[in-house]
Design a protein around this ligand. Structure first.
Ligand code: SAM
Ligand code: SF4
Length: 464
């Protein structure tokens, strides 16, 4: 039996996809990258922007074509779109299985049922998504995670570990709380056991994942664990050398202990992904973000006091309802003030059922959204090009991810020493020529040249 699975959206989805791949391959399925030879096609979907949903719908169109041309294949939609659209997906002739993010431990059973010829579609989503999951459901998700996480990851010796599920923030534009449910922090014991197992299987770098990972809070035997406690405990695990955590929310409390942990624990990477969304106080208020641009700047200043070279990444939404030229200018000013390592910029996309979609007209024309998006990214690019120059001549440690798919350097085709890609602890991308056996290991690279998105270098021979 062959499984084709495609993933859309965030790291959480990539993690779920690798868990599903591990679960299916354990039961004898073979993974394929060719849909036309698959017995099972699964789409792990994202609902954060309309565009992501449209891409899934067009993929489903292709699956319909395969089925109509006689191919016997089970087609499943899993993840956020499954939770959001539920039964209406089953009304499509090509869809056999619909499974929400909270039900993936049951996915294999549902697919097998269909492969064995059961009639009609099968669906399993949370009936009341804002209700806290039952103890049984949480235990099932934890077990699924523990059993499958060491098997397959995108990059050798690098793994993502979920420390929280869901979100309670209700930013007014965001669908996540309605498809991923309320915030639940996993037990530190379970997380640490999982990381120990990963370390035993060779993993050297872990990234702790949560929608707002810095709100991690779990009480066990009367002791409260926050993210900095989890970082301390993770750092005690032999074999784990680098630890990162994403994504953070600009909370005004509980930042000092976290920044101190980044400063004081060697294994914790100096990297902070802290989405701002906008530089305009008015827009932030309308977004129901609970901070002002000044608060945000204070936070980053504090992070830099503790960790001067911390690499900061941010997310922005442009063209939010009512965003004026002046508001956008405030966003540009924030980007100029912070000097991010990189930013992600998105055009506002109304999401059905969110409070912005219900209350505010999507009144910034698409053309202006696009222009602002391009302008913001260009501004950041010029900042990154300038700031990255400071790395020229420096020796930087990278974790090697493998061959680079793009031909960046002159000798990209060198078979003995192919072009490899790695990332520094601050998440800078480094391209260099080296032996493929370096994949999944650390290497020291002398940086020779830089651009806005990439640093280029050569493997250090230790003489420098
Ligand atoms: N929890 C994280 C946070 O609060 O920053 C990230 C959640 S979301 C999956 C990732 C990014 O998508 C957000 O930071 C935001 O910039 C963007 N996003 C969320 N909803 C959006 C919408 N309706 N339209 C455009 N971008 C959106
Ligand atoms: Fe969405 Fe806001 Fe939660 Fe992030 S913090 S997932 S943007 S509601």
């Amino acid at each position: 039996m062959k499984l084709y699975i495609v993933s859309f959206g965030c790291q959480m989805n990539k993690l779920d996809t690798s868990l599903v791949e591990a679960e299916f391959t354990k039961s004898g399925f073979e993974l394929t990258e060719d849909q036309t030879e698959a017995d099972v096609i699964l789409m792990n979907t994202c609902s954060v922007r309309e565009h992501a949903e449209q891409r899934v719908l067009s993929r489903l169109g292709y699956a319909k074509h395969l089925k109509r041309s006689g191919r016997k294949v089970v087609v499943g939609v899993i993840g956020c779109m499954a939770q959001r659209l539920g039964n209406s997906l089953l009304e499509r002739e090509e869809v056999d299985v619909v499974c929400g993010p909270g039900q993936i431990p049951e996915l294999k059973k549902m697919v097998i049922e269909k492969l064995e010829g059961s009639k009609g579609g099968v669906i399993n989503v949370s009936p009341q998504i804002r209700k806290s999951p039952s103890v049984k459901n949480s235990a099932m998700l934890d077990e699924f995670e523990l059993e499958n996480s060491p098997n397959l990851t995108e990059h050798k010796n690098k793994a993502f570990v979920r420390v929280m599920r869901g979100c309670n923030n209700f930013c007014s534009y965001c669908i996540v709380p309605f498809v991923r449910g309320p915030e639940v922090s996993r037990s530190p014991d379970k997380i640490l056991n999982q990381i120990r197992r990963l370390a035993e299987s060779g993993v050297k770098q872990v990234t702790l994942l949560g929608q707002t990972v810095n709100s991690y809070r779990h009480t066990e035997n009367g002791n409260e664990y926050r993210l900095h406690n989890l970082l301390e405990k993770t750092a005690e695990i032999d074999g784990i050398e680098w630890i990162s955590f994403v994504t953070n929310y600009p909370y005004m409390d509980y930042t000092t202990p976290l920044f101190k942990a980044v400063a004081e624990i060697d294994k914790v990477c100096p990297y902070l992904h802290l989405p701002a969304q906008s530089g305009s106080e008015k827009v932030l208020k309308a977004m129901n973000r609970k901070y002002t641009p000044q608060d945000y700047i204070r936070l980053i200043d504090e992070a830099r006091e503790h960790v001067p070279e911390i690499a900061v990444a941010g997310d922005f939404i442009v063209g939010f309802p009512g965003e004026s030229e002046e508001d956008f200018r405030e966003t540009e000013k924030l980007v100029e003030r912070i000097r991010y390592k990189n930013i992600f910029a998105f055009k506002y996309s109304p999401r059905p059922g969110t409070s912005t979609e219900k209350r505010l007209e999507d009144n910034v024309p698409d053309k202006i959204k696009r222009e602002r998006n391009i302008k913001l990214l260009a501004l950041q690019e010029s900042i990154s090009s300038e700031d990255n120059k400071k790395f020229e001549g420096r020796k930087m440690r990278v974790f090697v991810e493998g061959r680079s798919s793009k031909g960046h350097l002159n000798n990209a085709d060198n078979e003995k020493s192919p072009q490899l890609i790695g990332r520094t602890a601050g998440d800078y991308i480094v391209v260099f020529n080296g032996q493929e056996e370096l994949t999944g290991k650390f290497a020291d690279i002398i940086i020779e040249k830089t651009s806005a998105l990439t640093l280029f270098g050569k493997v250090s021979d230790g003489q420098e």
